[in-house]
Design a protein around this ligand. Structure first.
Ligand code: HDE
Length: 683
């Protein structure tokens, strides 16, 4: 059982080797029917005469069309649009004192994983960059069976009890009469639900924040959301909350950029993940952290640990880093892997268990149920991407798409004919945590779930100035799209209970009176602010270098080399493809919007200042808070762009020396310069 150790076999995991058995290459093959019969012609159907009717006996035609007619399966009812990747997880040190999970016991072990990131509201073909929660679902192929950590990029959920999920999702999705709007929360039904269901409010604060518009799947956090349980070999439990922290920090887009990206590249997040993994130099990486709460401290908080609309502030219970995950291989076939992967919160392994969080309990039912319709029957765990690497032996039989030829003469237990096999193992078996449960059968929300405002206030209090500005603007944008005035008014009232400052600012934009001031607490959790994330690297940031034929090639090379040595990705953009002076354009300027880049360097030559699209490009990048640099003849472009100043993140110099490159890199490292958010510049 050492095949998953960190060394050997070129870094390939047990899952890779298992998938090898299903991988098929078409190279050098001849076309056949599904029955293996070689085909002579696939361009013309069999007909009675050249201009006559098509014949029913054309089995190749019928098979080809029939297969095509059945190519689609239902998309996921939520999280329909997603992107997946393979990788591995490695624990830093054995956690055997708190959990008997094998994959958390040995730092030398690389457990294969498959991760699927997703948006929630939109259809499979919707744009990536929308205001939405992102799914962050991880399948660990452990030696003890499959463990699924099916999380989101926000640590709280809009509802407390799973029975409200259909209501929430119906309200969120396009409205039923005209199926508008696609992948947007800015419409009446969502906000109607929110104003009537204040348990949504903490989540709504997150949704209105920049967390809902991540720059990349690689720069967002992941959360298990629920409180789970670790269980050790002695059967002792510890409450646990899971956190994924991206190595490159938590970075977001800005709203205007989001809107323009939907046209420029609807696959922006998907492409970013794919290209980064293909490039290989800085594979996406997260650290897994846990917040641990001993069983006896369950009631030490002013909220209920079982309430999924609450966080445990990191300042109260610190996040302990326990391991890292690296995604280093793209799927080979989107449908076979990313579309057919089936996650389920009930897929747990020894050492991890549930709690009575009512949302989690509902999920444990929903996920298996949904796969039955989506993947067409109970044998979906046999689909290659879903197969555990641990051996599977049981008496489940038959059903649609059975892939296994069970040779046993028995399919029941107990049996004597097959020697009692498969028998009950004695070690490594899953043992449910022995929790005492006692109560009346009732339909009632626990009073301990009753406070819907304090943590929404905590979130607001924890934001920096620019984050608050973005939240206010998001509320204004969303509520401006709501037709019914009373819904806006009710929302402003709710916001007043979160923070009068928030309510007043949102109300002002909507032309509504600010609600009466109520007193709110002033506690904060600084760890919630993106202003405190990692800004230590420019690795994988994309830099556009604007050039024209009269460009100084040495200038471009110096800057490019300096930035690439720091891990950035540079592309030279010129008014035309092909040779530009002594350089070669990576892309035609007019085929690439500034929104596809994190920074822009105006390199020149002299002609650049006269290229209208280049002027627009720089102004737009500036408007979106990006690092803007110019040197040599490129300075003229900055003059033509007439950027307001002085504002941060604009770097200018006659020559591109090391100091210039260093200053530009520092400006890029800051990700976005938010003092420009309100700068009066049209782009
Ligand atoms: Fe899900 N959710 N969910 N959810 N969810 C699904 O399962 C559901 C919830 C999450 O990439 C569905 O296979 C209910 C919380 C992710 O394939 C479905 C409830 C969290 C994904 C479903 C929740 C999530 C799903 C749709 C409330 C964050 C995508 C297709 C009780 C912790 C997984 C599917 C992937 C997918 C039901 C609440 C995250 C219908 C009933 C809380 C990341 O089963």
């Amino acid at each position: 059982m050492t095949e998953d150790k960190a060394t050997g076999d070129g870094g390939r995991t047990a899952k890779d080797r298992q998938l090898d058995g299903y991988r098929v290459s078409q190279e050098g093959t001849a076309l056949t029917t599904d029955q293996g019969v070689r085909v002579a012609d696939t361009d013309n159907s069999l007909s009675a005469g050249e201009r006559g009717p098509t014949l029913l006996e054309d089995f190749h035609f019928r098979e080809k069309i029939t297969h095509f007619d059945h190519e689609r399966i239902p998309e996921r009812v939520v999280h329909a649009r997603g992107s997946g990747a393979h990788g591995y997880f490695q624990v830093y040190e054995p956690l055997t004192d708190i959990t008997c999970a094998d994959f958390l016991s040995d730092p030398a072990l690389k457990t294969p994983v498959f991760v699927r990131f997703s948006t929630v509201q939109g259809s499979r073909g919707s744009a990536d960059t929308v205001r939405d929660v992102r799914g962050f679902a991880t399948k660990f192929y452990t030696r003890q069976g499959v463990y699924d950590l099916v999380g989101n990029n926000m640590p709280v959920f809009p509802i407390q009890d799973g029975i409200k999920f259909p209501d929430f999702v119906h309200a969120l999705k396009p409205e039923p009469h005209n199926e508008i709007p696609q992948a947007q929360s800015a419409h009446d039904t969502l906000w109607d639900f929110v104003q009537l269901q204040p348990e949504t409010l903490h989540f709504i604060m997150w949704l209105m924040s920049d967390r809902a518009i991540p720059r990349s799947y690689r720069t967002m956090q992941g959360f298990g959301v629920h409180t789970f349980r670790f269980v050790n070999a002695r059967g002792e439990g510890t409450f646990v909350k899971f956190h994924w922290k991206p190595r490159l920090g938590v970075h977001s887009l800005v709203w205007d950029e989001v809107l323009r990206l939907q046209g420029n590249d609807p696959d922006f997040n998907r492409r970013d993940l794919w290209e980064t993994i293909e490039r290989g130099s800085t594979p996406p990486e997260w650290e897994l952290g846990v917040q641990l709460v001993p069983e006896e401290n369950e009631h030490d908080f002013d909220f209920d640990l079982l309430d999924p609309t609450k966080i445990i502030p990191e300042e109260v219970v610190p996040v302990r880093p326990i391991g890292k995950m690296v995604l280093d291989r793209n799927p080979e076939n989107f449908f076979a892997e990313t579309e057919q992967v089936a996650f389920c919160t009930a897929n747990i392994v020894p050492g991890i268990d549930f709690t009575n969080d009512p949302l989690l309990q509902a999920r444990n039912f929903s996920y298996l149920d949904t796969q039955l319709i989506r993947l067409g029957g109970p044998n979906f765990p046999q689909i290659p991407i879903n197969r555990p690497v641990a051996p599977v032996h049981n008496d489940h039989r038959d059903a649609y798409h059975q892939m296994t030829i069970h040779r046993s003469r028995t399919n029941y237990a107990p049996n004597s004919i097959s020697g009692g096999c498969p028998g009950i193992g004695s070690h490594g078996v899953f043992q449910h945590y022995q929790e005492r449960v006692d109560g009346h059968k009732i339909r009632r929300r626990s009073p301990s779930f009753g406070d819907h405002y304090s943590q929404a206030t905590l979130f607001w209090n924890s934001m920096s100035g620019w984050e608050k500005e973005h939240i206010v603007a998001a509320f204004q944008f969303e509520l401006a799209h709501v037709e019914r005035r009373y819904i806006k008014e009710r929302m402003v009232e709710h916001l007043g209970l979160i923070h009068p400052d928030l309510a007043g600012r949102v109300a002002a934009g909507l032309g509504l009176p600010a609600p009466a001031v109520t007193s709110v607490h002033d506690r904060s959790s600084p760890a919630l602010s993106q202003a405190r994330t990692a800004f230590d690297s420019i690795a994988t940031r994309k830099v556009a270098i604007l050039v024209t034929d009269d460009v100084d090639a040495a200038l471009v090379t110096a800057v490019r080399q300096g930035l690439e040595a720091r891990g950035a990705i540079c592309e030279a953009l010129a008014p035309h493809e092909g040779a530009v002076g002594e350089l070669t354009a990576d892309r035609m300027l007019t085929s690439a919007g500034s929104v596809l880049y994190d920074a822009v360097f105006a390199a020149g030559g002299d002609a650049l200042a006269g290229v209208g699209y280049a002027v627009h490009f720089v102004r737009e990048a500036f408007k979106h808070g990006k690092a803007v640099a110019a040197a040599g003849a490129g300075l003229r472009l900055l003059e033509a762009a007439a950027l307001p100043g002085p504002l941060s993140g604009v770097v200018e110099a006659p020559d591109a020396d090391e100091a210039f490159v260093g200053a530009f890199a520092d400006a890029i490292r800051a990700h976005r310069h938010h003092d420009r958010d309100t700068a009066a510049v049209a782009a």
